[in-house]
Design a protein around this ligand. Sequence first.
Ligand code: CYC
Length: 197
Amino acid sequence: MSSSLARLLQLLSGGFSNQSQAFDNPPLYAHILVKFRPLPQLAPGSLLLEQSYAISPGTPYRIRVLRAERRDGALIIHNQALQDEQRFWGAIEDEGRRRNIGDADLMPLEGCTYVVREVGDGFVGEVEPGCRCLVERKGSVAYLVSSFEIDARGMRTIDRGHDPATHEQLWGSLAGPFEFERTDDYRAELPSAWLET
Ligand code: CYC
């Protein structure tokens, strides 16, 4: 029997694409690629996240280091940006460059931790309460309301930005979640020690 943290790490460690959704619903959904890959040299539960538009996989729009852990019986995923992140473009496909990512490169994104719970045979995560995950888009600051669901088949995500004063939605999907199918499986790269806790 593996722990829920181990199962979350195993489900996350993969590649995902919403190709079918994007092809069926242009222009509502861009075609996006998401990959999560273990970073064994960092603290247990650390995964490199890369998100890119399928039309330009070499210039990802978001690179982060996530760290999943159990805290007070609950599962959470910390979100960290990378100093000078362009240094790590392409690292998702290059083990040598992934290994160069060190603790000194990480910048915690306060307020942007996901709180995750087990639902059915998968997990659901939502940005922590408090409206503290502040992001800027086109010159306006918004707080992020984001959730994801993951299971053996794939992942569904929804990101929205809201005005910190009025709580009005400023941007984000009106049409519903991005629906990703699993394209790659990187669970074999998880250190066995991470799965024993
Ligand atoms: C921002 N999207 C964010 C942020 C998070 C996520 C955490 C704010 C903090 C950050 O930049 O890291 C979402 N991060 C995730 C999700 C996971 C994760 C779901 C999986 C566990 O690790 N985002 C998209 C679509 C588009 C979108 C292409 C749909 C509307 O993937 C928009 N997300 C979007 C925008 C921002 C954002 C516009 C804020 C500004 C920016 O980053 O450009």
